[in-house]
Design a protein around this ligand. Structure first.
Ligand code: NDP
Length: 462
């Protein structure tokens, strides 16, 4: 079939962060592009993920600001919070963003179809109305969906983060299952807004995968803020009582809740897209199997973002989408480097992290140096708030390169984004030391930590 026989050069299934970036850049490279989105343009991040979540995080932090103000001489009148106002304002902003995303695509000449699309042949996509579109390339950017883990009796009463953004009222008592990003962020949001929150986590400590000092620090501060963190247990059943739920835990204890949320991970949206029919291979991690250029096992079908289950973060999906478009339509092969991806948990307290944890470094490097400080932030002196900031640099003791930076406290994510530049450039501890401090800031600690708190040689393998 000659190239001119195709209706489009690129058909993108999924209008989220990765799909939208790929579509726009491909169109800018001259490709004829169509995007199918069955829900709302913007995808998880814009519609029911990062963006609305961060707005809710901002809302939740006013409680602390009002409390802290007294030490600085302010009298704050009795504050009150109205959940419907927050949700309505958030919805307005999300609608504005959705329109902006749509307009940007249309301005670059991308056709948007608001429908489900299924691959029926490696070069054919069928829309819900039966229309068939012949595409030279297909990009799968269908993202992921919350998963509820093992089924438990009464699971139908539980919500996921999708529904948390649209609750009609603020829960008085909320039980959240999970100890990852979503559980810990929503625990902070709802506690800040006034809910009594219990986190139920199956492992030893929350935020598995983060540095152990970070995990301990976050949990300690969450508990200081009144969030109950139950570890080593799971929700065994959810029973409806008159107006609320009785939540049975695996150890036999019970918790009462008017809302039960599961934040137990997300699975890639690989079903009902026609992948099997088209011969697209699925990897062991459940995502579409792709090479370094995001190409699937079918040569003209690519996949980016959460559906590939590589690093499930928005900026990574955006990079992958951009690299795909440059590779296929821009005449420039670009592979995305998945090393040194910074990450943040917008919990209370906030976490920012990049690179190796102490445990990872000690397992991989011949020598690991640790620089670690915990200090009371200046702002907390007059406010009297019982909080400390944790800062930790993990350094390769042989090369002096900073291989990890982990921060817990106000502004952690902002600080780690900037530290990411230095670490990506291969900065050494000596470069951090040579940087002039900016006083008084929390970030200055990053360039003034002189005293190693520990140094480890890798133990010889048995
Ligand atoms: P995570 O993978 O971060 O956490 C899932 C949590 O659920 C873990 O604590 C896990 O425990 C627990 N869990 C999994 N299965 C079960 C089960 N069957 N029973 C009990 N507990 C279980 O997923 P999230 O849902 O929190 O977030 C999904 C993804 O979204 C994240 O991985 C991240 O990529 C992205 N995200 C990023 C954010 C950010 O960048 N700030 C914010 C929100 C989401 P265990 O640790 O034992 O495996």
């Amino acid at each position: 079939m000659a190239v001119t026989d195709y209706d489009v050069d690129l058909f993108v299934i999924g209008g989220g962060s990765g799909g939208v970036r790929a579509a726009r850049v491909a169109a800018q490279h001259g490709a004829r592009v169509m995007v199918a989105e069955e829900y709302r343009v913007g995808g998880t991040c814009v519609i029911r993920g990062c963006v609305p979540k961060k707005l809710l995080v901002y809302a939740s932090r006013f409680r602390g600001e009002f409390e802290d103000a007294a030490g600085y001489g302010w009298t704050v009148p009795q504050s009150s919070f109205d959940w419907p106002t927050l949700i309505a304002n958030k919805d307005k902003e999300i609608a504005r963003l959705e329109a902006a995303y749509t307009a940007t695509l249309e301005k670059t000449g991308v056709a948007i179809v608001k429908t489900r699309a299924v691959i029926t042949d490696p070069n054919v996509v069928q829309l819900a109305d039966g229309k068939r579109v012949r595409a030279r390339y297909i990009l799968i950017a269908t993202g992921g969906t919350p998963t509820y883990g093992d089924p438990v009796p009464g699971i139908e009463h539980a919500i996921s983060s999708n529904e948390a953004f649209h609750l009609s009222q603020l829960p008085k008592h909320l039980v959240i299952q999970g100890g990852g990003y979503i559980a810990i962020e929503f625990a902070g949001i709802f506690a800040g807004l006034g809910s009594q929150v219990t986190v139920v986590y199956r492992g030893e400590n929350i935020l598995r995968g983060f540095d152990d000092d970070v995990r301990a620090h976050v949990r300690m501060d969450m508990e200081k803020h009144g969030i109950k963190v139950l570890v080593g247990c799971k929700i065994a059943a959810i029973e409806r009582t008159e107006k609320r739920f009785s939540v049975l835990l695996s150890g036999g204890n019970r918790a009462t809740a008017d809302c039960v949320m599961f934040a137990t991970g997300r699975t890639p949206n690989v079903s009902k897209v026609g992948l099997k029919e088209a011969g697209v291979a699925i990897a062991a991690n459940g995502g579409v199997a792709v090479d370094e250029y995001s190409r699937s096992s079918v040569s003209n079908i690519y996949a980016v973002g959460d559906v590939t289950n590589r690093v499930n973060l928005t900026p990574v999906a955006v990079r992958e989408g951009h690299a795909f478009a440059d590779t296929v339509f821009g005449g420039k092969k670009v592979a995305v480097d998945h090393a040194n991806v910074p990450t943040a948990v917008f919990s209370d307290p906030e976490v920012g992290a990049i690179g190796l944890t102490e445990a990872q470094a000690r397992a991989r490097l011949a020598r690991t140096d640790i620089y670690r400080e915990m200090f009371k932030p200046l702002k907390a002196t007059l406010s009297g708030r019982d909080t400390t900031v944790l800062m930790k640099l993990v350094v390769d003791g042989v090369t002096d390169r900073v291989v990890g930076c982990h921060i817990v406290g106000e502004g952690a994510a902002e600080m780690v984004q900037v530290a990411t530049i230095a670490i990506t450039m291969g900065a050494k501890k000596a470069d951090f030391d040579a940087a002039m401090a900016l006083h008084p800031t929390a970030a200055e600690e990053l360039v003034t930590m002189r005293q190693k708190s520990a140094s480890y040689a890798r133990e010889a393998a048995e």
